[in-house]
Design a protein around this ligand. Structure first.
Ligand code: ZN
Ligand code: ZN
Length: 157
């Protein structure tokens, strides 16, 4: 356990001096992340579920200028009716980031974990569940579970 903690600290220290980079599944697209995310969450809302095709979206949210594609060809797909978009690799189709209605860039935790040997760094771990009332999967952990947004009531029990 001590070794794991040291390893994680090393990743954090490295991240402070140089931008974090992550590649899509096939490796063609590279994104660069600078600074820190403004939010880290597991989102259970129906929009994320449908748009990203996942039971819950585990991701970090960043100001748009802090997430940039530095290599490879991407396509942007805007949601047909909502203020959401995804940017994905044209070769493998993996979403490298999404955009929400606040113009934040949403980076899936799967992508970040892969860039650090399959272990999601401590400073990228989710701190909460959002829209838990809309869940299709129950989660047992100690994180706060907001029924809606993080300014609203919590799920009890
Ligand atoms: Zn790819
Ligand atoms: Zn959501």
């Amino acid at each position: 356990m001590g070794a794991r903690r040291n390893q994680t600290n090393a990743i954090i220290k490295e991240g402070m001096s140089t931008p974090l980079t992550a590649n899509c599944f096939c490796g063609a697209v590279r994104i660069e992340l600078t600074g820190e995310p403004v939010a880290r969450a597991n989102c259970h809302c129906g929009s994320c579920r449908d748009f990203y095709g996942t039971s819950m979206l585990s991701a970090t949210a960043w100001p748009e200028q802090q997430v940039n594609v530095t290599e490879g060809a991407t396509t942007r797909f805007p949601h047909p009716t909502k203020q959401l978009a995804q940017t994905f690799c044209v070769a493998c189709g993996e979403t490298v980031f999404g955009e929400n209605r606040l113009n934040m860039r949403i980076v899936p935790n799967s992508l970040l974990a892969r860039s650090t040997d399959g272990v999601l760094a401590a400073d990228m771990q989710p701190t909460m569940h959002l829209y838990y009332r809309n869940r299709i999967i129950d989660v047992v952990d100690d994180l706060p579970k907001y029924l809606d947004g993080w300014d609203g009531p919590l799920h009890e029990g």
